[in-house]
Ligand binder design. Sequence first.
Ligand SMILES: Cc1ncc(COP(=O)(O)O)c(C=O)c1O
Length: 379
Amino acid sequence: MIPYGRQSINDDDIAAVVASLKSDWLTTGPLVTEFESALQQVVGAPCISVSSGTAALHCAYAAIDLGPGDEVITPPITFIATQATAALFGATIIFTDIQPDTGNIDPQRVAAAITPRTKAIVAVDYAGHPADLDELRAIADRHGIFLIEDAAHSIGSTYKGRPVGSIADITTFSFFPTKNFTTGEGGAVASNNPELLERAKRFSRQGLVRNLDEFKITDQGLWHQEVHEFGLNYRLPDVLCALGISQIKRLQTFKAQRREVFENYCEVLNTIPELLLPTKRVYVDPMWHLFPIRVPARYRREVFDKLRKDGFNVQVNYLPANRHPVFAGQGYKASDTPESLRFYDQEISLPMMANPEILSTNFFGEIQNCLRLAMKKEL
Ligand SMILES: Cc1ncc(COP(=O)(O)O)c(C=O)c1O
């Protein structure tokens, strides 16, 4: 089976992890700060590292003090962590439909969904293609609300020449093995707003206050630390930061390799007229996390099954989040966001990774052939 995504680990990555295991610090040590500095160089904003992309989203919502009565506007085409971490704070999730070509949240629909209770717009950079950040930024600024970008797919992408991470009020990343680079499990929160980043950091480190000037209990010794708001332990250990520091040095190579896979797919699949290939806006330079194709819905299942049978471990990204029973049980209807439903019914994610060695010399020809046969059979 050709996996749909796979990490690329080389000898330098392994040596970096081994060295960290031999050091004094397995966690809370100097590699955490070093990794966060390396991240800042790439994303154009100060960062904190956390234990997953889900943790990063949870911290982002904690940073904006999300709570019951607040509404967050989100797209259905995403991994449900985008919504789950907001729902856990008691916020109301507002599903807003996508643009049919990019799969990203549609700014016009976002503008129409704003109410006095809206606290944040959450964009997801589907497949690595940045959302319409300028339009969303303008809506957020007009209403004095936050723009959060779930960039689990898009570290390394740029929007109008600016890196993903430098535009939204808070941007979150994931370093799961299929992502653009990996720490095994891991994630990060980026923000150019120091207050928001400090709140996210505090939430990720048990809510502990260590700054003398902020203490409410003032008669204690040097050991003292105290909690003003609850937090959790979402720290990323030094061992995984060591892997991150080594991997992030390879980010541009990974980006070029993913671009090459993308271009090869476009070249061979352009010849099959029934297929819809991913769109790229001229002003973005995506780091492609997925290669999502769309086939007519009536035979998506057959095409999917044939690809799997022929050894391509394809996936579908994603079941619209409002269709999950946890939301359906609360009265949400996927039919309220018909573009998302249509997108889901047609979508198949082909293998996408930065490991040219996994793809045989005939890989693109074989997948073209498999798709052509599957489509012909059904036409
Ligand atoms: C869009 C999106 N958001 C959030 C996450 C959560 O990231 P993690 O798996 O690192 O918790 C993912 C991961 O699959 C994702 O694809």
